[in-house]
Design a protein around this ligand. Structure first.
Ligand code: TYM
Length: 329
């Protein structure tokens, strides 16, 4: 039988190519070997201030993006986290094993406290525990994610170990699986691509928007004129080439940059072509799915039922191990 694993994305805004390369693209390749659960993690998205009126569209949008990228509801489960209450139930149990000091040292939490002081809720503090519950509920052995999620996976392994030593072997210790774009830099060439930094290429950007973004994106800062040789190893555009372009194009651009044989404009033109090749079909398919919201809602409802069947079983086991009174008749 194919094993399950869980991975997810927050419906907290437009999806960008970091989300695609760090997570979704990897998911697609794992659907034959595993029976994955792909979640739209709305309970995580409400740990920071958000607009309730926009949430339903964001959930639909994320589901459409998953489907457009190739998530196959026959092979995988596509669901909304809050539709499966066992996620928060297991999170409560794990809370009781989590030292508060451990959570306060998690780097993603410390970053958020710095970014939005005075807006730190219990939910935000508890974010990694809910994420550990998402993962452990399906006994995931692997979790395909971007590099920024590694501290959360480390925490998940710790809490799994703690549960196992306290109550008996129940959960595997899951390993992160990182793909080629596990840490995609933003258009500023400095920071991780992130909605909050406004440095993103979005999965629904039009060809024209892509053209404008690439045209103004940072390159090797030392290459001031066309005739100056540059260094591809410190050029953000070249870091994108390594992901989007063919080997032949990569060596042509690297060599051309070092010898000033080609300029940044030409190098960007080649990249843009490759990016459009990847993004345009995703955008078009996503729009086709979005034109049928009822179909998406059916897929999500079916996904919630299937996920719940697995989640209930794990929770039954957890309750038994913990000595909680059985609830099934
Ligand atoms: P979120 O919504 O912030 O990001 C979703 C996925 O996109 C990856 N990612 C990136 N990868 C490469 N380069 C980037 N610039 C980049 N930006 C984002 C993230 O690493 C992530 O894989 N906590 C998770 C959501 C979550 C989850 C889970 C994931 C909740 N429960 C259980 C896996 C398993 C998050 O914040 O994702």
């Amino acid at each position: 039988m194919r094993k399950h694993f869980f991975s997810g994305i927050q419906p907290s805004g437009r999806l960008h190519i970091g989300n695609y390369l760090g997570a979704i693209k990897q998911w697609i390749g794992l659907q034959d070997q595993y029976a994955p659960i792909f979640g739209i993690v709305d309970y995580h998205a409400i740990t920071v201030p958000y607009e309730p009126g926009r949430m339903p569209m964001r959930v639909l949008d994320a589901a459409a993006a998953y489907l457009a990228a190739g998530v196959d509801p026959e092979k995988s489960i596509l669901m909304v986290q809050s539709h499966v209450p066992e996620h928060t139930e297991l999170a409560w149990v794990l809370n009781c094993l989590t030292p508060m000091g451990r959570l306060s040292r998690i780097p993603t939490f410390k970053d958020k406290v710095r970014q939005t002081p005075g807006q730190v809720s219990m939910g935000l503090f508890d974010y990694p525990v809910l994420m550990a519950a998402d993962i452990l509920l399906y006994k995931s052995e692997i979790v395909p994610v971007g590099e920024d999620q590694i501290p959360h996976l480390e925490f998940t392994r710790e809490i799994a170990r703690k549960f196992n030593t306290t109550f008996g072997d129940t959960f595997p210790e899951p390993a992160e699986v990182l793909g080629k774009g596990a840490k995609l830099l933003g258009l500023d060439g400095e920071f991780k691509m992130s909605k909050s930094l406004d440095n993103c290429i979005y999965l629904d950007d039009t060809d024209e928007e892509l053209r404008k973004k690439i045209a103004t994106a940072k390159t090797d800062p030392a290459r001031k004129r066309r005739d100056d040789p540059g260094d591809p190893d410190i050029c953000n555009i070249f870091s994108y080439h390594k992901i989007f372009s063919t080997e032949e194009e990569q060596s042509r651009c690297a060599e051309g940059c070092r010898t000033a044989g080609i300029g940044c404009v030409e190098c960007k033109r080649i990249l843009l072509e490759r990016m459009i090749e990847m993004i345009a079909p995703l955008r078009e398919k996503r729009e086709e799915y979005l034109a049928e919201p009822d179909h998406i809602m059916e897929v999500l409802a079916d996904g919630a039922d299937r996920a719940r069947a697995i989640a209930r079983e794990t929770m039954g086991e957890v309750r038994e191990r913990m000595g909680l009174a059985p609830r099934e008749r």
